[in-house]
Design a binder for this molecule. Structure first.
Ligand SMILES: Cc1cc2nc3c(=O)[nH]c(=O)nc-3n(C[C@H](O)[C@H](O)[C@H](O)COP(=O)(O)O)c2cc1C
Length: 204
């Protein structure tokens, strides 16, 4: 079983990557073979809007997306991670999404694969839902099966979203923390890896 994580953060190895690694560690612990791809390490040009993919399942451009098309096709599960930028995904993640159009226009080449998403933000109520919804919609367009994790115990949220705000102090100033201190988010991320593994196992 192969699970591929794709990080749309411009900052490799930071908050979003930490969340994705928690998903992969959990799935890997159960036996999945996992890989994390940092989009910021790849050379991926903007979709040019040429529409060549209306009639063929490969992009007219050739760059590091070629590698990703193959990896996505081989994966049983794909988890996307993006920081929240102005209430939605980063431009790097959005361009990656656009460049997957060749896998969607002739037929839905990714249909039936299992999916999940995580996001990382500065503030708890400032756009996490928008970023998660953008990735959810992306997966729906590709006809993929999206896992919405629900850890045991009290409900703490409705998606894997880690935030850096710790609290506002007595003076009203924000105090910041590492996203790694957002225990609920990491608990939810581990549950996502667990649930993705189990759904893929049940389907195979
Ligand atoms: C251009 C820009 C826009 C941002 N927009 C938001 C936002 O709308 N809401 C929010 O809570 N945080 C916002 N942030 C903060 C990032 O989401 C946050 O720093 C995130 O943890 C970065 O993830 P990373 O560690 O993977 O880079 C923004 C940051 C940048 C640089």
């Amino acid at each position: 079983m192969n699970i591929l994580a794709i990080n749309g953060s411009h900052r490799a190895g930071k908050g979003t990557a930490a969340l994705l690694n928690a998903v992969l560690e959990s799935a890997g612990h159960q036996g999945a073979t996992c890989e994390l791809i940092e989009l910021s390490h790849l050379d991926i040009r903007f979709c040019s809007g040429c529409n060549a993919c209306l009639g063929r399942n490969r992009c007219a451009m050739h760059d590091d997306m070629d590698l990703l098309y193959d990896k996505m096709m081989r994966a049983d599960g794909i988890v996307l991670g993006s920081p929240v930028y102005f209430g939605t995904v980063s431009a790097r993640m959005k361009n990656f999404m656009d460049r997957t159009r060749p896998l969607h226009m002739v037929d839905n080449a990714l249909a039936g694969k299992v999916a999940g998403m995580v996001t990382c933000a500065g503030l708890p109520d400032c756009g996490c839902q928008g970023a998660l919804a953008a990735m959810d919609h992306f997966f729906a367009t590709h006809e993929m099966l999206v896992v919405h994790p629900r850890p045991l115990g009290p409900v703490t949220g409705d998606g894997v979203a880690a935030t850096q705000l710790s609290r506002f102090n007595e003076a009203g100033d924000p105090e910041w923390r590492s996203v790694k201190d957002d225990e609920n988010a990491f608990k939810c991320a581990r549950r996502l890896g667990h649930d993705m593994f189990n759904l893929i196992a049940r389907l195979s």
